[in-house]
Design a protein around this ligand. Sequence first.
Ligand code: HEM
Length: 421
Amino acid sequence: MTDTTTTDSASPAPSRRALIGWGGAGLALGAAAAGGAVAIARPHDDTESAQAATGGAVAFHGAHQAGIATAVQDRLHFAAFDVKTTERAALVQMLKDWTEAARRMTAGRAVGEGAFGGLAEAPPDDTGEALGLKPSRLTLTIGFGPSFFEKFGLADKRPDALVDLPHFPGDNLEKSRSGGDLCVQACADDPQVAVHAIRNLARIGFGKVAVRWSQLGFGKTSSTTPDAQTPRNLFGFKDGTSNIAGTETDRLKKFVWADDGDGSDWMAGGSYLVARRIRMNIETWDRTSLQEQEDVFGRDKGEGAPAGKAKEHDKPFLKAMKPTAHVRLAHPEANDGITILRRGYSFTDGTDGLGRLDAGLFFLAYQRDPRKGFIPLQRRLAASDALNEYIQHVGSAVFAIPPGVRDQNDWWGRTLLTEEA
Ligand code: HEM
């Protein structure tokens, strides 16, 4: 089963305004489907770029949550939340409300009764800034952090794989940019659509959850569509060359999706997300010679080819790279096959107060088990990576990403929070 239903490239996506015009808030996604605007598509194929161009919709329902194997969108708004309510029923109701809002927003529709036209005495259901914008391949992906399981008597449901990340050498983590009971990753090709989505979820959650930290991202630094041009990170290098593609069902099953045999039945079809805010010292990097830059990664800057090879997708010969080269240390062959799905974004958030840009990579990695993915990899990189001279990890969080919402009656977290589940 694919997790991405995308708008048929031949049928441009309806805009939020158009949907409102067609009968407003009461119309379900089915109405669009009936009108022929929505068709099942493969997770990624030739139509992906056309879908991006037409601002299409990615299906919200599926065995896995969208936003993981989905072709990476251009923009990110990521938010971590603290749970404030102590009432389980209130939290469950909020998750149901979030799910319904997510279902609508990912289809390009306004929340609830919309941004206008309702009761003049009450605030509108939707904040309005996405009116007239297309779905823009918006995906919303929810996760539960380790601290969530300390609440509502859920300790015995905490998956063994959801470990607290250890301290790694060089970590300089800020508490205000780390952790969180819940997270929502919003990815879209239009930044306003992603921001609108997080804002409206935060608004719906008012009094029950509070935003702990959030991160905007641009210029995706990885690709799950190898045929497409590989994006570049803020060091100017192609990033995401060697990644799991959204079409590689076998590798996704092996390395990304949790299985019911993995120990937590409620997580079957889910995944684990490690988020790291990595500051990049771009000013230092920009004064570094090209040779040194290429040696740091073990790939050349122009083509992105591995050291000693001609083309980006040539198989790396690790011994041709410096022993401390990032790719040599991170490559599966050097790590007993360890493979993660990277889905990070660049950021610049003003200055650091010392005359430098607060810029970097918001690193997002999905895997079946962080104990067999990010943790051993990062131990290795933290110990020896030549890149460490130019980067610093300043934020960190880990989340259990539950399976997909199956249908109209399902909701985010049901397999975890339904008593009999
Ligand atoms: C600011 C920090 C980082 C930067 C700028 C960066 C950049 C890069 C670049 C340019 C590549 C080569 C192209 C590619 O295959 O994607 C790469 C590969 C890779 N990176 Fe990073 N990276 C960073 C942090 C990390 C971290 C924290 C991890 C994991 C703990 C990681 C894991 C990997 C892996 C697994 C590969 C692919 C290696 C291969 O299969 O050849 N990277 N990275």
